[in-house]
Design a protein. Structure first.
Length: 124
């Protein structure tokens, strides 16, 4: 039987609750390294599968630079949250990261992205 990590055992995520909302803060300021991105994706999917949140926000507030490879993990996490009847929102992106999501036509279409955590939580 596989032991499911407790929240404190995640290396790339800081997890907390804001009322009914599961807040997932990305810890790493630079998400370019393939190993780091893969580990982040694995942790995010494990968290979503374990917690099965109905309301979740991924907060980019600490992230300065981000590879587009992170999008794959976010898409997979969103699909799993949605399959369980939940919603996943993003927030706290730098202008550069948000512009990349806009360029890829992901902002407002695939992902609901908010300027702040407070805005994202209130949007539920």
């Amino acid at each position: 039987m596989t032991q499911i990590p407790t929240w404190s055992e995640y290396q790339h995520l800081l997890i907390r609750r804001e009322g009914e909302v599961l807040v997932v803060e990305l810890i790493d300021p630079k998400l370019f390294d393939t190993t780091t991105v893969t580990q982040l994706q694995d942790e995010l999917l494990l968290l979503v599968d374990t917690e099965r949140p109905s309301k979740a926000v991924v907060d980019f507030v600490r992230v300065v630079h981000c590879s587009t490879a992170v999008i794959n993990g976010l898409l997979r996490a969103k699909k799993r949250v949605f399959a369980n009847g939940g919603q996943l929102k993003l927030c706290g992106m730098t202008t550069g990261i948000r512009d990349a999501y806009k360029t890829l036509n992901l902002d407002g279409t695939v992902f609901q992205i908010y300027n702040s955590l407070e805005d994202a939580v209130l949007a539920f």
